[in-house]
Design a protein. Structure first.
Length: 333
């Protein structure tokens, strides 16, 4: 069995595996197993060799007698703790993206930008080995972090995944034939700027999904999609997740919740020369002018940046983790 065929997250713990250790107070620590290494905490020392070879879901005891539950991190755990170049797509939004965009095995999917690779991992899992994921990123540092994170989790670089540096409007026509892409997912500051290239690449009936952070972005991209006349009327949603404390008769909502992270807007590509029937609705006060639209410029929306020093550190961390993971699978073969 090759590295590409080996089931992920199965079997006894091996050198190179990432392991999530949960202490007695629920504190989580994620480590990468290395022969001879030791996990240090203020509550004692735990040799990696004591974990290697144990089945997933084992309890290990450190030199101070403190018990830790050892589990392989789920994909949702991994993306929340991996090195980040850009902000990640949270698991709650990734799950909705897979559902709303109808990502299916064998699909050809375009993703822009790649960020830190969190959504790329979810998309690669959903399309399977027969699908194709084409990711686009303007910043090479972010692309390096994404590659490192994907290789760390999978243990290899997927053959059906490509990362292209450059502007989507310019790069997509060079890499995708017209009407050849099933799904497009845009996670960027100004997705409306890429509509011409995306529209040409999508198959009739294909799905365009935009992930945006602010209401101004949401409004502008919705109106830009309507203005093309090439899509169904866009629908938008926001996903919030609230956990519950369930212990005996103490059943109540958690005091904290994962609230707003972003908006999801979905529309489907119409067939060429198709005119969408006009919706019958009452007159509203939603009319706007060109001057109103110009107020919603990308510069006015704001964009958080990562310092070059911090970004270089994250690139090194993602690359080192990927090398350990790939070495694990080579040794196993």
């Amino acid at each position: 069995m090759t590295a590409n065929q080996r089931p992920q997250n199965s079997g006894p713990f091996r050198v190179g595996d990432r392991v999530q250790l949960t202490g007695p107070k629920g504190k989580l620590n994620t480590i990468t197993l290395e022969a001879g290494s030791v996990f240090h905490s203020h509550r004692g020392l735990l040799p990696h060799d004591a974990i290697i070879g144990l089945p997933d879901g084992s309890v290990v005891v450190n030199n101070a007698g403190v018990e830790h539950l050892a589990l392989r991190p789920l994909l949702s755990d991994f993306v929340m703790s991996m090195p980040r170049g850009a902000a990640i797509v949270y698991p709650k939004d990734a799950a909705q993206i897979l559902a709303l965009a109808d990502i299916f095995p064998g699909a050809t999917v375009v993703e822009a930008g790649v960020g830190s690779g969190a959504l790329s991992l979810w998309l690669l899992r959903a399309i399977g080995p027969e699908g194709r994921l084409a990711s686009f990123e303007r910043r090479d540092e972010f692309a390096d972090v994404a590659r490192g994170n994907v290789e760390t989790f999978l243990g290899y670089e997927p053959a059906n995944w490509s990362v292209t540096l450059g502007d989507l409007n310019e790069a997509l026509p060079l890499t995708a034939e017209p009407a050849s892409v099933d799904r497009v997912v845009l996670d960027m500051l100004a997705p409306w700027e890429c509509l011409p290239a995306v529209t040409d690449a999508l198959v009739p009936g294909g799905v365009l999904l935009c992930y945006v952070a602010t209401v101004t972005q949401l409004s502008r991209v919705a109106e830009a999609i309507r203005a093309t006349g090439e899509y169904t009327n866009p629908s938008s949603t926001e996903t919030m997740v609230r956990g519950w404390h369930v212990e005996g008769l103490a059943v109540r909502p958690d005091h904290r919740m994962i609230g707003h992270t972003g908006f999801l807007l979905m529309a489907r590509r119409l067939a060429p020369d198709t005119v969408l029937p006009e919706l019958k609705r009452r007159p509203s006060k939603s009319d706007f002018s060109d001057e109103d639209v110009e107020l919603w410029t990308p510069g006015a929306l704001g964009e958080r940046s990562v310092s070059p020093k911090s970004l270089r550190k994250r690139v090194r961390a993602a690359g080192a983790s990927a090398e350990v993971s790939k070495a694990r699978d080579l040794d196993a073969d």
